[in-house]
Design a protein around this ligand. Structure first.
Ligand code: ACO
Length: 334
C-alpha cells in the first residue's frame, strides 16, 4: 500500500526446516494405528520434518538469515523483528523475536511475537506493513516459525500426523510504486476457541504434579469443526480483501493457502475459480507447519520463479483462535 510515498512489499525470503525427515510410515513403525494411505488420502501429507534438537528460534534464525541474504541488505538495515509463533522456546518469555534479534546481533531494535496460530504470519504482515506505512520503519523482518510436533500427543493419531516443524521469513521493504501489499483482511471467531486448544498448562489450568500426565496438556482438535470453519471463511475473506481495492477473484494470479489439508486447499481453489497451476501446494513435503506454511511456500515460489512482476498474489490462512486472514500482494522483485 502506498502511504507516505512508500510502497511496501517483500524484498527477500528464506526458510528452514529441522534435520529429521519423518515419513507417514514412520508413525506405523512407532506403533501408531494408522497408515500411509489414510494420512495421504485424508490430508495430502506424505512426510514432514520434526524438530528434535532444534527449538523454534533456531529455525526462525536460519530462515531470517536466508531472507536477509536474499534481500541483499545488511543485517543492520533491519529495524524491527516480528515473529508469528505459538511454540516459543520458553513457556512465557522471552519472545522468539528477542532470541532471533540476539542471534542477529541487532540489540535495540523492537522485537516481539504475535500469537494467531496458523494465521500468525498473515497477522504479522499486516502489523509490519502498518508500522512501515507510518514512515518510522524501513525494513521489517517478518517470520513465521513453529514446532508444533512438540505440543502433540504422539499417541493421538488424529492430530500428530498432521503437523510438521519449520520456519519461513520475509524482509519487507520499499518496492516500486504501486506494487507490494495492496490489501489485507484479518478476522477471528473467538466463539470457536475450544475447537483447537491445548487445555492445560496455561494460567487457566497450570500443570501440577497431579495433572502433568494428562492428555489435554497436548493439542486437542475438533477436526471436522475446524474443517467447516476453514471452508466457510477463507473464500469470503479473500473476496472481502479484494473488494477493498476494487478487485475480484478473477484478478488473482496466484494463491498461497495455508497448508493444513489438501481437501481444504482444493475447495478454495475451486471456489476461487483457479487452476492447479495457480495454487501452490507443498503440504505433501512439510505437513502443517502452522505459522510457517505461508512464508515457506513464499520462499519456494520465489526460488522456483513461479510468479512474475505485476502478478496478484494472494495468501490466505486460518487457525486456532479461531483466526483467519489474507494478504493481497502485487508482486515485485528486483
Ligand atoms: N490414521 C487412521 N485413522 C485415523 C487417523 C489416522 N491418523 N486419524 C483419525 N482416524 C480415524 C478416526 O478415529 C475415525 O475413525 P472412526 O470412524 O472409527 O471413529 C476416522 O478415521 C475418521 O475420522 P475423522 O476425524 O472423521 O476424519 P476426517 O475425514 O474428518 O479427517 C482431519 C480428519 C484430516 C483432521 C480433517 O478433519 C481435517 O483436516 N480438519 C481440519 C484440521 C486442520 O486444518 N487443522 C489445522 C488448523 S491450523 C492450526 O492453527 C494448528
Amino acid at each position: 500500500m502506498k502511504q507516505n510515498g512508500q510502497s511496501i512489499g517483500i524484498i527477500g525470503t528464506g526458510m528452514a526446516v529441522p534435520k529429521l525427515k519423518f515419513k507417514n510410515n514412520d508413525f506405523v513403525k512407532l506403533g501408531l494405528e494408522t497408515s500411509d494411505e489414510w494420512i495421504a488420502s485424508r490430508t495430502g501429507i506424505n512426510q514432514r520434518f520434526i524438530a528434535k534438537e532444534e527449538a523454534t528460534s533456531d529455525l526462525a534464525y536460519q530462515a531470517a538469515e536466508n531472507a536477509i541474504i536474499d534481500a541483499g541488505i545488511e543485517k543492520s538495515d533491519i529495524d524491527c523483528i516480528i515473529v508469528a509463533t505459538t511454540t516459543p522456546d520458553y513457556p512465557l518469555f522471552p519472545s522468539v523475536a528477542c532470541l532471533v534479534q540476539n542471534g542477529l546481533g541487532l540489540d535495540n531494535i523492537p522485537a516481539f511475537d504475535i500469537s494467531a496460530a496458523c494465521t500468525g504470519f498473515i497477522y504479522a504482515m499486516e502489523v509490519a506493513e502498518k508500522m512501515m506505512s507510518s514512515g518510522q520503519y524501513k525494513n521489517i523482518l517478518v517470520i513465521g516459525a513453529d514446532t508444533l510436533s512438540k505440543s502433540c500427543n504422539w499417541k493421538d493419531r488424529s492430530t500428530v500426523v498432521l503437523f510438521g516443524d519449520g520456519a519461513g521469513a520475509v524482509v519487507l521493504g520499499e518496492v516500486k510504486s504501486g506494487y507490494g501489499i495492496l490489501s489485507s483482511k484479518l478476522g477471528a471467531r473467538g466463539s470457536g476457541f475450544d475447537k483447537l486448544i491445548i487445555p492445560k498448562g496455561g494460567s487457566r489450568t497450570p500443570l501440577t504434579k497431579d495433572n502433568v500426565e494428562d492428555d489435554d496438556r497436548y493439542i486437542q482438535m475438533d477436526g471436522k469443526a475446524v474443517y467447516r470453519f476453514a471452508v466457510n471463511t477463507i473464500v469470503r475473506v479473500v473476496e472481502e480483501a479484494l473488494a477493498k481495492i476494487g478487485m475480484k477473484k478473477e484478478d488473482i494470479s496466484f494463491l498461497i493457502p495455508h497448508q493444513a489439508n489438501i481437501r481444504i486447499i482444493d475447495y478454495a481453489r475451486e471456489k476461487l475459480g483457479l487452476s492447479r497451476e495457480q495454487v501452490y501446494v507443498n503440504i505433501d513435503t512439510y505437513g502443517n507447519t502452522s505459522a510457517a506454511t505461508i512464508p515457506i511456500a513464499l520462499n519456494e515460489v520465489c526460488s522456483k520463479k513461479l510468479i512474475r512482476n505485476g502478478d496478484i498474489l494472494v495468501t490466505v490462512g486460518f487457525g486456532a483462535g479461531l483466526t483467519y486472514g489474507t494478504n493481497v500482494i502485487k508482486w515485485f522483485s528486483k
